[in-house]
Design a protein around this ligand. Structure first.
Ligand code: GCW
Length: 656
């Protein structure tokens, strides 16, 4: 398309009632727009903006205009006479402006007298798929990989959904990368996906296996300082860019959980990352190098990323970004922020959030994650980071994410990466209005449910700083006792909760693992003292005596019982709130969500009973009279197994 401006005509809603005629299976995500015309196909990102508006926009004519001086990907939307002008410095900005306009229409906001100006906070807003070549998704709870046999219509919907919230990058394969990710056949497949995503402003990236020069290239070593190894990577990267000229770069998990890395050859993370960065640089590619590292013998896993990466601060090339999980252990319901974020001063960093609910009830529990990210950003300044990554919760399930409300986490990720100052409520409200209905009583009730859901999950799973007490392998239910002989200690819950006759929790104070020292002085002091440490992180930092006096006046044991029980009551309240929404929601999605909320309610009882009855074997204290008493038996729960792998969502939770 060569014309600089394109005038779009006004369309009328011709097919009222169209949406109700469709199956309400969640496949349309939040893009439930009524089709008002069938546009002629126009190519390119600007063409996509035009096509989206022609197909769905019902208001005044829109002019799309390129304008210098605006931020990359940013846009303005202004009402001018009887027209609306979207201006942007690049075509992606025009596309984001178009989606903004459609969002206003869909959420019932005014589309007159517009004077909007937007730009993304982060340049890179990227999803990480943990998808394997055989189509399984590690920690995926929504079916098989959408990239296994990509269906063009689904891929288009995926691209639209991402672009509609500003996501502009996607890593196609698991960080536990198989060497064959770089085989010519896989690269050709990646090319075909890249071609389909490009019109939506989305670039593709790949996870690589650091030992690829050996495993794919047949070289005797993958030493990053070996000339032949560098030469192999150069050739491979050239091959990639021939196929995918706008390829984004590599994501690397190295020397972590058995994956190969530069340390296998006596080199550092910086040596490894910089070698790849050097090869990608002429093509403007980047390296996202993960800091998720920990060795089995460490007395405190939470200390390790800092110990390995701090000495390298300032040594990374300018096209390397260190990708750090939000917390120092692993995507727990609540963790303090990873102290690397405030410690590293001379290194580009990005945060990795997990949208897939590995430790949060998989695709069975409704847990809205934006409040967790907001909590993170109350400690880590958004401006100290270069980018945001989200581990995707997307699969080939008809509703994409396994749970209708898990779609909200995908949506919220994009919105928060665009603007981390948006509140979780603002994001929930606009998602609900688009996905279900903009009826104010529905939106206000269900948005409150979403906002309360993360704290509820913390309460019924791991209150007061408890962490990593999940069932082995699939991480779905409670198994605080899980400790098979021979398994490395840091993969077992007792390593983390350290329950004994005295109390519960990991001593990370100066008298313990000294993890508190990795935080800035003021926080170090705050966390180090059991009387000032925030109670929601108490057992994270302290081995808390069962009789420790809490702010409520209760003993720690009694408080623990109350917290677990509060969590259970919250899930029942959520179910009742949802039940009251029946008249606002189509039958299919209403009952599917209801079914999941029932599972969540039963699971919360399972969590409460398993944890309290097990910890009681150490505390030897009674469960207070004013909390509901366990309805399960400990021995039954200890013998209960869910026979699934880490690639599946349990059909239902505890079902004895
Ligand atoms: O949370 C753990 C998961 C692994 C995952 C790993 C990681 C991709 O249990 O399944 O592997 O983190 O983030 O590398």
């Amino acid at each position: 398309m060569t014309t600089k401006q394109f005038l779009l005509s006004t369309f009328f809603l011709l097919m009222a009632g169209w949406s109700t005629a469709n199956a309400e299976d969640g496949s349309r995500l939040w893009l439930r727009l009524d089709n008002v015309s069938n546009p002629t196909t126009i190519t390119g990102v600007k063409g996509t903006a035009m096509t989206e508006l022609q197909t769905y926009w019902q208001g005044s004519p829109v002019v799309l205009k390129r304008q210098k001086g605006l931020a990359k990907d940013g846009y303005t939307i202004k009402s001018q006479g009887d027209k609306i002008v979207i201006a942007a410095a690049n075509d992606a900005g025009l596309l984001y402006g178009a989606y903004h306009l459609l969002r206003l229409q869909q959420t019932g906001n005014t589309t007159t007298s517009l004077d909007i100006s937007e730009k993304p906070f982060y340049d890179l807003r990227i999803l990480n798929h943990w998808d394997n070549p055989d189509g399984t998704c590690e920690r995926g709870f929504a079916g098989k990989s959408i990239f296994l046999n990509p269906n063009p219509e689904r891929l288009k919907m995926y691209a639209r959904a991402n672009a509609s919230v500003g996501i502009n990058g996607t890593v196609l394969n698991n960080v536990n990368a198989k060497p064959e990710a770089l085989s010519t056949a896989s690269l050709e497949k990646a090319k075909s996906i890249a071609d389909q995503l490009r019109p939506y402003g989305i670039r593709v990236y790949l996870s690589i296996n650091f030992a690829s020069p050996i495993k794919v290239g047949g070289l005797p070593t993958a030493d990053p300082l070996d000339k032949k190894v560098v030469g192999w990577w150069k050739e491979k990267v050239n091959e990639i860019y021939k196929l995918i000229p706008d390829f984004g770069g590599f994501l690397v998990k190295a020397n972590s959980e058995g994956e190969p890395g530069p340390q296998d050859f006596g080199r550092t993370h910086a040596d490894g990352a910089n070698m790849l960065a050097g090869v990608l640089k002429p093509h403007k590619g980047i390296v996202m190098w993960r800091a998720f590292v920990y060795a089995p013998q460490s007395p405190d896993r939470a200390n390790q990323a800092y110990l390995e990466f701090m000495p390298l601060d300032g040594q990374f090339a300018d096209n390397v970004i260190i990708q750090i999980k939000n917390g120092p252990v692993d995507f727990q319901p609540r963790e303090p922020y990873s102290p690397l974020f405030t410690a590293m001063q001379k290194t580009q960093m990005m945060v990795e959030f997990q949208l897939t609910q590995e430790y949060l009830g998989a695709a069975n529990h409704l847990v809205y994650l934006a409040p967790m990210w907001q909590e993170f950003f109350s400690f880590v300044k958004p401006s100290s980071l270069r980018a945001m990554a989200g581990v995707a919760n997307i699969g080939d399930d008809i509703n994409w994410c396994g749970h209708h409300f898990a779609q909200a986490n995908w949506y919220a990720f994009g919105r928060a990466a665009w603007n981390p100052a948006l509140t979780p409520k603002e994001i929930a409200d606009e998602w609900l209005a688009q996905t279900f209905t903009d009826n104010p009583s529905f939106v206000s009730t269900v948005s409150q449910l979403m906002l309360d859901s993360r704290e509820a999950a913390v309460s019924y799973m791991m209150p007061l700083g408890i962490h990593h007490i999940f069932a082995g392998v699939h991480h779905y239910g409670p198994e605080p006792w899980y400790s098979p002989k021979g398994l490395r200690a840091d993969w077992t819950p007792p390593y983390y909760h350290k329950a004994d006759a005295v109390g519960l929790g990991f001593n990370r104070t100066l008298t313990g693992s000294a993890n508190v020292k990795q935080y800035p002085e003021a926080l170090c002091q705050l966390y180090n003292d059991i009387n000032t440490c925030p109670e929601n992180l108490l057992t994270w930092f302290h081995h808390v005596p069962w009789n420790h006096k809490m702010k409520s006046g209760r003993t720690f044991w009694d408080e623990l019982c109350h917290k677990y029980d509060d969590g259970v009551h919250e899930t029942r309240r959520f179910l009742a709130m949802w039940d009251a929404m029946q008249s606002y929601v189509d039958a299919q999605r209403f009952s599917e969500v209801q079914r999941k909320l029932r599972i969540q309610t039963r699971d919360s009882e399972w969590w409460r009973d398993a944890c309290l009855l097990y910890f009681q074997t150490f505390s030897h204290r009674p469960i207070p009279q004013d909390v509901e008493h366990p309805v399960h038996n400990l021995d039954e729960m200890m013998n209960f197994r869910i026979p699934i792998s880490m690639y599946e969502n349990p059909q239902c939770g505890y079902n004895k």
